[in-house]
Write a protein that binds this ligand. Structure first.
Ligand code: G3H
Ligand code: ZN
Length: 283
């Protein structure tokens, strides 16, 4: 069965590793992600954004995640990524999600706290874990788009207060990473991670995990990051593989002949992240 993130995140923070959230976009993403987690004996978080849910269909998302979890025999959470409303959160919980993110980061602090508290109350009542967010993460993901100039780092004192009042199970804070590909190297504010993590029980969540150098990831984990979201690197591996094959073989028509190799490429992306995050062998 699908489990809440509280099954493995407290241990991750205690022992200094992070669990990856890898986004589902279709069947091949789902298969690649679970294969890597199974082979590496790692706990896993499937992320499903509202855009991906619209694309795949809510019931398909839940069914695929359930089958994957059953077959892999490792703890798997199915997590709503960047949930935008209480209604959407409830719809996903009713459909079978074991974890949700409520992203109220575009609201003023008081409003974000108030709305997140409502989500926590409803979700915790049925054993579903919750991630909250403070500060805005730059870049583009699905329908979410934030100009770099508008991206706002989280204020550590606000983040600590946010956690004390909401008691979310995982705390996403904007610390300089962005969704999508980076133009240069991200400048991560490790001091913010450290200060917030020391003062709250929940692990910090790092969004925009694609393209962040390995040393920065290791340092972030050592300071209290316990969940890292990765999507774009899988999308790049998938699409580049398909593009290469189709360019080389213009007569190819069997989708399995390019989707299969794309899936293999994603297995290796997820495997290397699981090893980097230190969650291999922790299932
Ligand atoms: O919520 C999902 C992520 O933060 C993914 O970010 O596409 O830059 O890896 P990414
Ligand atoms: Zn994100």
């Amino acid at each position: 069965p699908l489990v809440p993130m509280t099954e493995f995140l407290p241990r991750a923070k205690r022992e200094g590793f992070a669990v990856g959230q890898f986004n589902m976009n279709n069947l091949e993403f789902t298969q690649a992600i679970i294969q890597a987690a199974k082979e590496e004996r790692s706990p896993l978080i499937f992320g499903a954004s509202e855009g991906a849910i619209k694309y795949m269909g809510l019931k398909n998302v839940v069914a695929l995640a359930r089958v994957a979890a059953e077959e892999a025999g490792v703890p798997v959470a199915l997590h709503l990524d960047h949930g935008s409303s209480f209604e959407m959160v409830m719809k996903c919980i009713q459909a079978g999600f074991s974890s949700v993110m409520f992203d109220g980061s575009h609201y003023p602090l008081e409003e974000n706290i108030r709305l997140t508290k409502e989500v926590v109350k409803a979700a915790h009542a049925v054993g579903v874990s919750v991630e909250g967010e403070l500060g805005t993460i730059g870049g583009v993901e699905d329908d979410l788009s934030v100009d770099e100039e508008d991206a706002q780092l989280a204020n550590p004192d606000d983040a600590i207060r946010f956690w004390e009042e909401t008691k979310v199970d995982a705390m996403a804070i904007a610390v300089g990473t962005a969704h999508g590909m980076y133009k240069g190297e991200p400048k991560i504010r490790f001091d913010i991670i450290e200060k917030v993590s020391k003062n709250i029980e929940a692990p910090i969540v790092l969004h925009g995990g694609s393209g962040v150098p390995d040393e920065s990831i290791r340092k972030a984990i050592s300071l209290g990051v316990g969940k890292i979201n990765v999507n774009t690197e899988n999308q790049v591996a998938c699409t580049n593989t398909i593009r290469e094959i189709l360019n080389a073989k213009p007569d190819l028509i069997d989708p399995r002949k390019y989707l299969g190799p794309a899936r293999d490429a994603m297995v290796e992306v997820v495997r290397s992240k699981i090893r980097l995050f230190g969650s291999a062998g922790k299932a």
